[in-house]
Design a binder for this molecule. Structure first.
Ligand SMILES: Cc1cc2nc3c(=O)[nH]c(=O)nc-3n(C[C@H](O)[C@H](O)[C@H](O)COP(=O)(O)OP(=O)(O)OC[C@H]3O[C@@H](n4cnc5c(N)ncnc54)[C@H](O)[C@@H]3O)c2cc1C
Length: 376
């Protein structure tokens, strides 16, 4: 008999996983805490790799294309032109399309259902769900449980996983400065204010999102306010959230009795910690979970994703030690042929990108190694 699957969390990673499994003929149910599949609008920037994973699904959700990155550090400036543009996506539309595809593949979507916890029950898992509105408690059961319930996953907690580390993200919707092309993203490296970077991503010809990630909540908000003031930009709306950090140690599969529990997307910490993008890697995690379920635990995609995320972790370790002078040096080493490689390969193919870049400019490797070994 076919094993049945319950997925907790009806968002990007949950719906994508559900479609993949249902298309293989498995019975899938999704339990989503919100009353409807109507997430609040927000823009995300992703590499074109998303189209390779989702096919035509992204069409109609893309609101802008980014063809160029403009990098700033300590008075230096560099431009990188992308061979395949990055896509600025309206997240709510994408999630609704993913839900539509899941439903068309035979997935049962149950909204207003809040997962509370699970326990083994013979060959299956029992889990408790409270219903929104009347708060009625319902006991459900499944062969395989998948947690796609975000950074603070209750499925992960019930499976005995430790709490994931997270960092705060702050961004403001702003009017674009007059001199800003709408197909270019700007990135400023100011390590005194954030070990990550500030970004300004145009969502249209007139508006964009300006944000940063820090390690402390209070400092992040202050830094964002000051940065906006320095550039005479008025925040029209502020968004903030905590993003999980991939550590390489967080388990994504647990065997509970004779059943299996998997984690996917933010619940699994599948986020690139160099840039803190989690959509494409969440989809790759979904492919990995599907392969693992269909092939008794084995998945090539999981191994490739682990390598990809580990490389991003290494880059983050290096950048966390960078001083302003290191960033200025980095931009100075971006020769035309290095910039060409940076435009040719995306941040979702980091292994190939790094090999190409280091081959063309070995001093970049030395800069990274020196920072890793001796810090600022
Ligand atoms: C402000 C912001 C900007 C971002 N920008 C980018 C970007 O530009 N590019 C990029 O790639 N990534 C970006 N990210 C990260 C990206 O959005 C996430 O990695 C991705 O959306 C995670 O999707 P998910 O499906 O794993 O989790 P989520 O989208 O968090 O979904 C979890 C779902 O589970 C449900 N849920 C939670 N608990 C329960 C429960 N107990 N019972 C039932 N349901 C439950 C929730 O209601 C939700 O629907 C950004 C994140 C934020 C917050």
């Amino acid at each position: 008999m076919k094993k049945d699957i319950a997925i907790i969390g009806g968002s990007a990673a949950g719906f994508f996983t559900a479609s993949l499994l249902a298309q293989k003929g498995l019975p899938v149910r999704i339990f989503e805490a919100s009353d409807s599949v109507d997430p609040s609008p927000r823009t995300l920037i992703v590499t074109s790799h998303i189209s390779d994973l989702t096919g035509s699904l992204c069409e109609g959700t893309v609101i802008n294309k980014i063809r160029q990155y403009q990098l700033f550090a300590d008075g230096r400036f560099a431009t990188i032109s992308l061979r395949r543009p990055d896509l600025v996506i309206e997240r709510s539309k994408l999630i609704q399309r993913l839900a539509g595809r899941a439903q068309a593949s035979g997935v049962e979507i149950l909204t207003g259902r809040h997962f509370l916890g699970f326990k083994p029950n013979g060959k299956r898992l029992s889990f408790a769900v409270s219903t929104n509105g009347d708060g009625e408690l319902v006991e459900e059961s499944t062969d395989i449980l998948i947690g796609a319930d975000g950074a603070f996953s209750k499925v992960a907690l019930s499976a005995g996983c430790p709490k994931q580390p997270t960092v705060p993200l702050f961004q403001a919707v702003v009017r674009l400065p007059k001199d800003m092309p709408s197909d270019a993203t700007r990135v400023w490296f100011i390590p005194e204010e954030t070990p990550y970077f500030y970004w300004l991503i145009p969502c249209s010809s007139t508006h964009g999102v300006l944000g940063l990630i820090t390690e402390e909540e209070g400092r992040g908000q202050r830094s964002l306010t000051r940065f906006l003031e320095r550039r005479n930009l008025i925040p029209l709306e502020i968004q903030s959230a905590r993003i999980p950090l991939y550590t390489g140690e967080f388990p994504i599969h647990r065997r509970i009795g004779q059943s299996h529990v998997y984690l996917v997307g933010d619940a699994a910490g599948h986020v690139k910690v160099s840039t803190v993008g989690g959509l494409v890697t969440g989809f790759r995690g979904a492919l990995g979970v599907t392969e693992a379920i269909l092939n008794s635990g084995s998945s090539r995609e999981f191994r490739a994703l682990r390598l990809e995320l580990s490389l991003h972790r290494l880059i983050r370790k290096v950048l966390n030690r960078f001083s302003q002078a290191n960033y200025a040096k980095l931009l100075g080493l971006l020769t035309p042929s290095v910039k060409h490689s940076l435009g040719l390969f995306s941040r979702d193919e980091t292994g190939t990108l790094l090999l190409n870049v280091f081959f063309k400019e070995p001093r970049l490797l030395l800069l990274g190694l020196r920072s890793l070994l001796i810090g600022r």
